[in-house]
Design a protein around this ligand. Structure first.
Ligand code: NDP
Length: 267
């Protein structure tokens, strides 16, 4: 298994593509996929999606870009019925593609100002889990069920994971739990379906809006660490991290379901 996954005409679905890492991944895919490919961007902020879409077309107008308003914390939005209608509305014919990428990037750290014993707001807990876990699971199933109607050669699922999936961070319990659940969900998916190439990709600490919340977390040591990283410029640029993911997809030597971190030595 070593042929680049980026060779065939592809449909690439990216969640949380309106800003931050998802936007950067979209910019990376649009410049690495062959002509005739299509990017479908999903997020809630339609102004940002419109802007990202125009930017992508300016980078490579041989790849079509479509977007749709989508709330991953809403189970109806993630239903197969809704996903089918999004694909129809965007006039996406799955049979036209040699490969499909599902990039599960949307996520939130939730409320980092509380320790595990301080959670009492059921709606807040449920919303965080709905976005990070339930919505991801449902969207993934809906998309795979649509894809399975056709004989598409390559199906690649990228879960944007985190170090928090495999390591506890004080005052980040809900986020860590959600990321761990996602990782195991996608590991299990890889074990269930060997026709998929599944990657749990931990992108490293990125200079995005999400980091502002990390700088306000309850744990004082961690808060200091993230404030220092911000001040001394040691957070990663999204571009550096996204380029490494592209290299992994080009090399295509990862084990399906594997968790790989930006800082892993991949030689
Ligand atoms: P941002 O907060 O900057 O961006 C989050 C993205 O997710 C936005 O595009 C947002 O779009 C989308 N999103 C948020 N809520 C929803 C929702 N309910 N439905 C659909 N989309 C939603 O975060 P990052 O770019 O930093 O994070 C991207 C991914 O990378 C996340 O999964 C995160 O856990 C992971 N990660 C980030 C790290 C970091 O240091 N930043 C480190 C490790 C992992 P909109 O608001 O338009 O809906």
């Amino acid at each position: 298994m070593s042929k680049s996954l980026l060779k065939g005409k592809a449909l690439c679905v990216i969640t949380g593509a309106s800003r931050g890492y998802g936007r950067c991944l979209a910019e990376m895919f649009v410049t690495h996929l062959p002509a005739g490919s299509l990017l479908l961007l999903l997020a809630r902020n339609t102004d940002q999606l419109t802007e990202v879409s125009a930017r992508l077309t300016s980078l490579n107008n041989s790849v079509r870009v479509a977007w749709e308003k989508f709330d991953q914390s809403n189970v109806t939005d993630c239903s197969q019925e809704n996903i089918h209608s999004i694909l129809s509305k965007a006039e996406i014919r799955l049979q036209d593609f040699n490969s499909v990428f599902l990039v599960h990037n949307a996520g939130s750290v939730g409320d980092l100002t509380k320790y595990a014993w301080e959670f009492s707001d059921g709606n807040m807990v449920a919303n965080t889990i709905n976005l990070n876990v339930t919505g991801t699971v449902l969207l993934n199933a809906s998309l795979l069920n649509e894809i399975r109607k056709y004989d598409i050669k390559q199906k690649i699922v990228v879960n944007v994971s985190s170090l928090a999936a495999i390591q506890p961070f004080s005052s980040w319990s809900l986020y860590c739990a959600g990321k761990a659940a996602r990782d195991m969900f996608f590991q299990t998916l890889a074990a269930e379906d060997q026709t998929l190439r599944v990657l749990n990709w931990a992108p490293g600490p990125l200079d995005t809006d999400m980091q502002a919340l990390c700088r306000e977390c309850a744990d004082p040591t961690l808060r200091q660490t993230f404030n220092d990283m911000h001040k001394n410029g040691s957070l990663l640029k999204c571009k550096e991290s996204a380029a490494k993911l592209i290299t992994l997809l080009e090399k295509n030597t990862f084990v399906s379901g594997q968790h790989i971190d930006y800082y892993d030595n991949l030689e």
